[in-house]
Every structure is written in C-alpha cells, then in structure tokens.
Design a protein around this ligand. Sequence first.
Ligand SMILES: [Fe+2]
Length: 230
Amino acid sequence: MTTGKQSPPTRREALKLFFFLPLGSLLAACSRALGMNPSVSADPTATSSSLLQPAPLATATTAVVLPPTPQCGDDDDDPTPAQTEGPYYTPNTPERTSLLEAGLEGILLTVTGQVLSTDCQPLSAVLIDFWHCDSNGIYDNAGYTLRGHQFTDENGHYSLETKLPGLYPGRTRHIHVKVQAPNQAVLTTQLYFPDEPANATDGIFDPRLVMDLTESSPGLKGAFDFVLQF
Ligand SMILES: [Fe+2]
C-alpha cells in the first residue's frame, strides 16, 4: 500500500491489470490451492456465486473498464466517498485485527492499507470498524462474528485478517467499514471486489471503492487506502 507518490505499481496501475484478471479466476485458483472442490458448496442453499463456487468467469472481451480508484496523489485528491451503513451495523465491536474464529468457512482474505489525509499525510490512531457477512451471505446480528475494530499505527497502516464475504440477494460482494480519525467525523463506507459480476447490477456499488485484489498464499490479498477530508 502506498501513496501515489511512491514507486510502482500504483493502485491505478494495479487496477488496470485487474480489469483482465477476473475475481472468478482468483477464486478458482485459491480453491485449487486450498484443495477445495469449486463445484461443491458448503451450504446447499447458497447461490451459484457463493464462496466455494467461483462466480462466472468474465473474459477480457467482456470486462468493464472502471474509473481508477481514488488514491492520495491523484490529480483530484478526493476523499474516500461515503456509503450507506446498511441495516446490519452493530456498535461496540471487539478490538482485533483478525476476525478469524473456529468454524468459519471460506477463503482467507487479508486487507491492508493506510489511512491518509487529503494532503497525503498518514493518520495514526484512526479507528476502523469492519463488518461483513459470512461466506454464505449471512450476518451475525446477535453477536460479533466477522465484526471488529482496530486502530491505525504510527504510519497510518491497518491490517485485517478475515474470510472472503459471500453474497446475499440484492448486493454484490462487499465489506462495510467505519473510519474515524480522533475527534473527527465518522466516514461510513463499503469496500468492493474487482470483476464481480454483481457489481454491474448493485445500485450501491461505487467503482471508486474497489480494492486491489491479488492471489496470495493462502487466500486473497486486498489493498485499499482510505483518504479522509481534513
Ligand atoms: Fe452488507
């Protein structure tokens, strides 16, 4: 994760690469790496796009070219856009950088990045509260499964370890997040995944909030920098 003034690859460049590397391909590769059978879902009620069943593969000829995700150092230097909180936020989450728990299914996902001001300064001690559904598209609204907050370090970095969210009706794959610098307003927004077929039909989806996504070992690695208005 970098600011736009550091050496390549930048998010803009990486995002361009991902126009031609569908998430379905990454999921299939990860499934193979994890010894999963992509044709078998852990939940018989899950949709065909559930975690263990890679979404239909896009092709280079059908890939939609999205505008680059804003990053610090862009010409416009816009702050990260806000999005709806949705109906499933739970306050007072536990402080933790890993949401992994025994029994959680799905592909490992690590998301890292920085929180920066609009003048590209890293912001420390920023509270970041993540929450998302499980690999079957279900939120834990009674407890704190797949919910947790953390604080950026002295260089504005954060790191989240979790499982790849599934899909639920009406939405594309996403992670909810609240970001709050000390004594500043809360930014509520969502993070998205590149080359998800449902991105095209989700009315909330914003291409400026798409993470960089790469295959890791094991799992997937996402990257996103939040830019706060100061
Ligand atoms: Fe959601």
